[in-house]
Design a protein around this ligand. Structure first.
Ligand SMILES: Nc1ncnc2c1ncn2[C@@H]1O[C@H](COP(=O)(O)OP(=O)(O)OP(=O)(O)O)[C@@H](O)[C@H]1O
Ligand SMILES: [Mg+2]
Length: 178
């Protein structure tokens, strides 16, 4: 086994920015390439722990730390990880970067009005109806990544175009083959 940890490709961006969608496409490509890989979607990790965590700042940070721990173990053992989690705070993104030595941060940049309009999970509608939500971008600020490894404009381009750009970047980094 190689001593270099496998990459952890972490999608960050607002709810509805496309983390899960692009993450699934990437996992399919990695599997097609026979790269050992795992998909760590924030929602699945929450489910695994019986949804014991809510959506406050502290609880979000706890969920991200759980994801980071799993990603580190997998990556150290040669499994490429794809993470879909909003990870909205500088503090926790710095924590993740400090723990993972082969970490690629992919920022899915999208205007808030686009995701509110998409409202894939109905969260934005619910937030506007209730007036309070713990929703990132509404009640909880999203810290714009300062030094992402790649930015994709997922509000302005098609998902296929975003994925093509992602693949080019990952080929360049040697994560996937041509
Ligand atoms: N360029 C793009 N990249 C990714 N998704 C896109 C793009 N254009 C449109 N979409 C659509 O936007 C939606 C994104 O939903 P998705 O569930 O992937 O978001 P998410 O970031 O995982 O949200 P959440 O944080 O709530 O889990 C999908 O319906 C997807 O088809
Ligand atoms: Mg998702």
């Amino acid at each position: 086994m190689s001593n270099v940890p496998s990459p952890v490709i972490w999608f960050t961006g607002l709810s509805g920015s496309g983390k899960t969608s692009l993450g699934k496409m990437l996992i399919n490509t990695l599997k097609g390439d026979e790269v050992p890989c795992e998909f760590l979607d924030g929602d699945l990790v929450r489910d695994f722990f019986g949804n014991d965590l809510g959506y406050s700042r502290e609880e979000r940070i706890q969920n991200i730390k759980r994801i980071c721990f799993a990603a580190k173990l997998l990556s150290d053992h040669g499994i490429t990880c794809v993470v879909a989690n909003i990870a909205p705070f500088y503090e926790v993104r710095d924590f993740v970067r400090s723990k993972l030595s082969n970490y690629l941060q992919i920022y899915l940049e999208v205007a808030p009005e686009v995701v509110v309009n998409r409202d894939v999970k109905g969260l934005y509608k619910k937030a506007s109806a209730s007036g309070s939500s713990n929703l990132v971008g509404i009640d909880i600020p999203y810290d714009i990544p300062r030094r992402p490894d790649l930015v994709l404009q997922t509000g302005q381009e098609s998902i296929d175009d975003s994925f093509t750009k992602l693949k080019s970047f990952l080929i360049h980094r040697g994560v996937i083959s041509l």
